[in-house]
Design a protein around this ligand. Structure first.
Ligand code: HEM
Length: 228
């Protein structure tokens, strides 16, 4: 058996187990979109008291907390794409990354709007004051950190289009490294928000440390390989 036959066989094996770009676009992406919407559908059902979903005695706090949790989960899930793509050898996973990142942004934005509107009374309460919002953002450290993370997410969300990717070139990648800072701020925000039991924020911190550690190890290994 000559080399070209063997490489053709290998290629056939790889391509036959890989979904085509078309399958990812037409099947995986819509499915993922629906899955990403599930927490929001669940909260909406709870808000309208349908499908047996109950948000408990303090629905606003429940919505705020759930949206916060999902914000952090989506940030971490987005950060899982590269390690999974490299480790499993599934290049197509990269096609799902933008959607996951945009869902992370959407959940953070909804989390912020829940706080601003339902908790602080923007648009609902005649006693609402921007002064007290600004005071809260400046004076409460966990809010300061959360708000900084939200602000940092805005340039990432607005430059997520193919056009912006092309226009920014190398700088796009540099800019999108902000996601690491955002993830750290997100975990930190959670850690400071929790009053007593810090086990859950510490679990998120451990997952984030693993993901960042993997990235460091991977880029270091590449640099060493390039030198040798
Ligand atoms: C990347 C940005 C953010 C992430 C990942 C995030 C995540 C979280 C998480 C995980 C929680 C705890 C949920 C729980 O206890 O189960 C939380 C709570 C909270 N977050 Fe955020 N958050 C972010 C941004 C913001 C922003 C911008 C604000 C408002 C300016 C905010 C305000 C709050 C408030 C008020 C709570 C609940 C505090 C309490 O009930 O004591 N967060 N957030």
């Amino acid at each position: 058996m000559n080399a070209s036959t063997s490489s053709a066989r290998t290629e056939t094996k790889v391509t036959s187990t890989m979904p085509s770009a078309n399958t990812v676009r037409r099947v995986y992406k819509p499915l993922l979109f629906i899955v990403c919407l599930l927490p929001l559908i669940w909260l909406t059902a709870g808000a309208f008291n349908v499908a047996g979903v109950d948000l408990g005695v303090d629905p606003v706090a429940k919505v705020l907390h759930q949206l916060g949790q999902w914000s952090l989960r989506f940030i971490l899930i987005t950060l899982c794409v590269t390690p999974l793509r490299v480790t499993l050898g599934w290049p197509w996973l990269v096609m799902l990354r933008r959607m996951l990142g945009l869902f992370a942004f959407t959940y953070v934005l909804l989390h912020f709007l829940t706080w601003l509107i339902l908790d602080q009374g923007f648009l609902l309460d005649s006693g609402f004051s921007w002064h007290s919002i600004i005071k809260d953002i400046i004076k409460r450290p966990y809010i300061t950190i959360g708000f900084t993370a939200l602000l940092l997410l805005i340039p990432l969300a607005t430059t997520s289009t193919n056009g912006m990717m092309r226009r920014l070139g190398k700088r796009w990648k540099q800019l999108h490294r902000l996601i690491y800072v955002i993830a750290i701020l997100g975990v930190w925000h959670y850690y400071w928000e929790v009053k007593r039991d810090v086990r859950e924020p510490l679990l998120y911190a451990a997952i984030l440390a693993l993901l960042l550690g993997w990235r460091y190890w991977h880029s270091h290994r590449h640099a060493t390989k390039a030198l040798s």
